[in-house]
Design a binder for this molecule. Sequence first.
Ligand code: PEP
Length: 252
Amino acid sequence: MRPLIAGNWKMNGLGSEGIRLARAVCEGLGQGYTHVDVLLCPPFTLIERVARAVAGSAVAVGGQDCHPKTSGAHTGDVSAPMLKDAGATWVILGHSERRADHGETNALVRAKAEAALAAGLTPIVCVGETLAERDAGRAEAVVEAQLAGSLPEGFAAAQGVVAYEPVWAIGTGRTPSEADIGAMHAAIRARLAARFGAGGQGVRILYGGSVKAANAKPILAVPEVGGALVGGASLHAEEFLAIVAAAPVALA
Ligand code: PEP
């Protein structure tokens, strides 16, 4: 399995700065990181331009959300085929900011993941507990319920990706211990194997939450960590490239 390092730009980036960032990532990668899959997820408005800027490089482009329907009267929404049409091949779904800001349920995330698969996009489905849930000893139960409710049937066969992102670690500078990351990733792997059999072993499980150049290497070396979903640090080419450089050559 190849590690995946994905940058989630969130609601950041106007035209010229986004293109500059995408180009700097491509140039920094050069020919040197053929063992890592690298993905940039800009806001909708930049997908087409970033896709053009990275064309011919090893960098892929993804969306940050999609609607479960392919088209229709859904003002302000964007469908999976529209993302694909703009040049995306991936899409992040069920990010905790969408679950919190837009009331996204597991059932809705699952419907979006089905739409993504139908459009030929690879979904990255995010799961993760709040601090109150962790403090109450419910972290694994919460994540297992999110997995059960959010992942559609064809997920493993289509090589969908799960991102474990503890809500309390996102954008806070706080990260769980490596032991806690390892325990949660092992629990996620067990759920994936129980549900999808052998296919579940091939699903990459990313860690996300305050990953930066300074902490990437030990986090990416934790067993069952198949890469990183990077928010804030992905807005700085050098920082993001250093995280890519910290990815192991092959996953255990
Ligand atoms: C994210 O939002 O997916 C994320 C991991 O953010 P940050 O790296 O900024 O914590």
